[in-house]
Design a protein around this ligand. Structure first.
Ligand SMILES: C[S@@+](CC[C@H](N)C(=O)[O-])C[C@H]1O[C@@H](n2cnc3c(N)ncnc32)[C@H](O)[C@@H]1O
Length: 289
């Protein structure tokens, strides 16, 4: 029987299909951190292995070191696949429902009263597969129906291009909408039939007010108009404090005076930004100067 190399031995020990060295993990952590802001702790080693294994198999490369060399060579397509594989996209319709209640009961009525022009701009930053911007759109349209004459635009962006494609399509399996009440389901979704049985599709009137774009929050932003509300929920939890500070300072600059910011349930602006006042559970308002 031949003698196994130390590496092969290690790979077999872990019952792994591909050799995954410590230096490969370190390279991946550095690259994803620099490119996306996502910080991968040591405890994410197995997650990284399982998520990138699929890419390695699809590309037919020998092991993680060869895959890292490909990334090192700067293949732009693979950088996209790489980041898509490493993002965490968990989301749902009406996730953290108190945010939408607050939007409907406290934010929209004030904007309706205070705005000289009937224009509303909202950003869902890190929109994943679209459940968040569609929930925002339902909430807004229930308050400002098409007949209200308000000019409403929601911009929905995510780093993960696969998620943006899925979000734009607006098609979901039935399971995703079980928590939504019957009235809303009937109002905002079309039930699939025949080949599409078991699925629902968002109605075009909601899609019409949302612009979906792939966008890395660390890069330049295309928005030129001030935002009334920004939702950036369960995104910065993966970023370090420095990246968070820069991001929230940019959000503050982009928000209109007294604009609102909604963040995720385990996130906080404590020691991250002084530009916002906490006005509800993970709900902030831009402070005036
Ligand atoms: C856990 S999901 C949150 C989805 C939704 N906001 C919610 O709370 O249900 C986090 C999303 O942030 C996106 N993301 C991570 N880093 C990003 C970055 N640098 N730029 C833009 N989006 C990013 C991921 O692709 C992912 O879809």
């Amino acid at each position: 029987m031949g003698v196994l190399s130390a590496q092969t031995e290690q790979a077999l020990k872990k019952n792994r299909e591909f050799i995954f060295k410590e230096k490969d993990f370190r390279f991946i952590v550095k690259l994803v951190g620099e490119y996306t802001g996502i910080v991968l702790s040591d405890s994410k080693r197995e997650m990284v292995y399982s998520r990138l294994t699929r890419r390695i198999r699809e590309l037919g490369v020998k092991d993680f070191s060869s895959y890292c060399n490909l990334l090192r060579d700067g293949d732009p397509n693979e950088l996209i696949n790489f980041t898509n594989a490493l993002t965490t996209n968990l989301t749902s319709f009406f996730r953290e429902p108190h945010h939408f209640e607050y939007l409907a009961k406290s934010v929209l009525p004030v904007l309706e009263e205070s705005k000289s022009h009937r224009r509303l701009r909202i950003w869902s930053a890190g929109c994943s597969s679209g459940e968040e911007p569609y929930t925002i759109a339902m909430t807004i349209r229930e308050y400002f129906p098409e007949t209200s004459g308000w000019d409403i635009k929601i911009i929905a962006t995510d780093l993960d291009s696969n998620m943006v494609t899925k979000a734009e399509a607006g098609i979901y399996v039935d399971d995703r909408v079980t928590g939504i009440d019957k009235r809303r389901l009937k109002r905002w979704f079309v039930k699939g039939i025949g080949q599409n049985a078991g699925k629902v599709r968002i109605k075009p009137e909601l899609q019409d007010i949302i612009a979906f774009r792939q966008l890395n929050l660390l890069n330049d932003w295309p928005m030129r108009e001030a935002m009334d509300v920004i939702f950036c929920r369960n995104v910065v939890i993966y970023f370090n404090k420095e990246t968070q500070k820069k991001l929230f300072s940019r959000y503050s600059n982009l928000l209109a005076a007294h604009g609102h910011l909604f963040i995720g349930h385990s996130e906080s602006l404590n020691r991250v930004s002084d530009d916002f006042e906490l006005i509800g559970k993970t709900i902030y308002k831009k402070t005036s100067l």
